[in-house]
Each structure stands twice: as structure tokens, then as C-alpha cells.
Design a protein around this ligand. Sequence first.
Ligand SMILES: [Fe+2]
Ligand SMILES: [Fe+2]
Length: 172
Amino acid sequence: MVKLWRCEICGDPYIGDEAPSNCPFCGAKQKYIKEFKDAQVNFDVELNEKDKVNAEYALKVEVSNTTFYFCAAKKVKELEGQKLFKALGKVEAEHASVWKKILKLDEIPKGDDTCSVDFKEDLEDSHARETRAIEFYKKAAEESENPRVKEIFEAFVEVETDHLKLSEERLN
Ligand SMILES: [Fe+2]
Ligand SMILES: [Fe+2]
């Protein structure tokens, strides 16, 4: 029977018979997707100095990666590349939106990243970006003493690891 679900990481709702394997918006794993009535979603967290610095940096990373992926989605000539980078751009935009809410900002800043017209070069850039994001999120998760902030950092380590696999598969 169709149900209303909600992702506990990004807070977005999803309608479907089953919980999806990954949140269609932020990519979080199924363990974070609950029936709406059971979902615990909180963006009103008290950030200590370290978490604030890390959340601000995370926002920068996500804005930069969003801008890069949407650029690549427009520039590469391969249809699969266009769609892959579009999908990745949408997920990174959702990540930026999570940090915006955590940081209580009115809007998401604009990025100025560029990209290549060459699919392979963009896959290499994607690989480097995701590697850096994973390393940073791992460190930030370890440094955080706030369970909610830690949870988001940890969930995003898994999502960015999925992204890394997508480029690896195509570069090998
Ligand atoms: Fe991301
Ligand atoms: Fe990513």
C-alpha cells in the first residue's frame, strides 16, 4: 500500500509502496527513511565552534560540487554523462540545502566552478571532488560531539562514497 515516507537526513518527503534504497533527494541510505509519522527530523541544533566551522566548510564544498556537476551536465556531449552529472548535481544541491538549514541561512551562496567539455576529465574531477568530500566528512564526523551533526556527516560519507563508485566504474 502506498505510504508517505520521510528522510531523516534531509527531511524531504517521498510517496511510494516501499522505502527507497536511497533517499531520492539527498541519497541517504534506507536506514534513514522512515514512515512520516515515525521520522525524527531536526535542523534546530546548537553548533559548537568546531561544528560551525565544519558545517560552513561543508556548505562551501557542496555549493562548489553542485556548480561543477550542473556545468558538466550541460557541457558533455554524452547523454549518459549529462544525466549522471545532472543527478549528482541535484543530490549535492540537496546537501547544500541541509547545511543551509543547519546554519540557519536565508539562502544558499552561489558557486563559480567551471568544468570540462570532456566526459573523462569531468569524471576525474568528480573522483577528486568526492574523495576530498569523503575525507572531510569523515574527519568532521569524528570531531563532532553533537549526535545530529555527527549523523549528517556520517550519512554524507556514505552518499559521497556512492558517488565515488559511479566515477570509478566509468574510469576503469
Ligand atoms: Fe554532497
Ligand atoms: Fe557527491
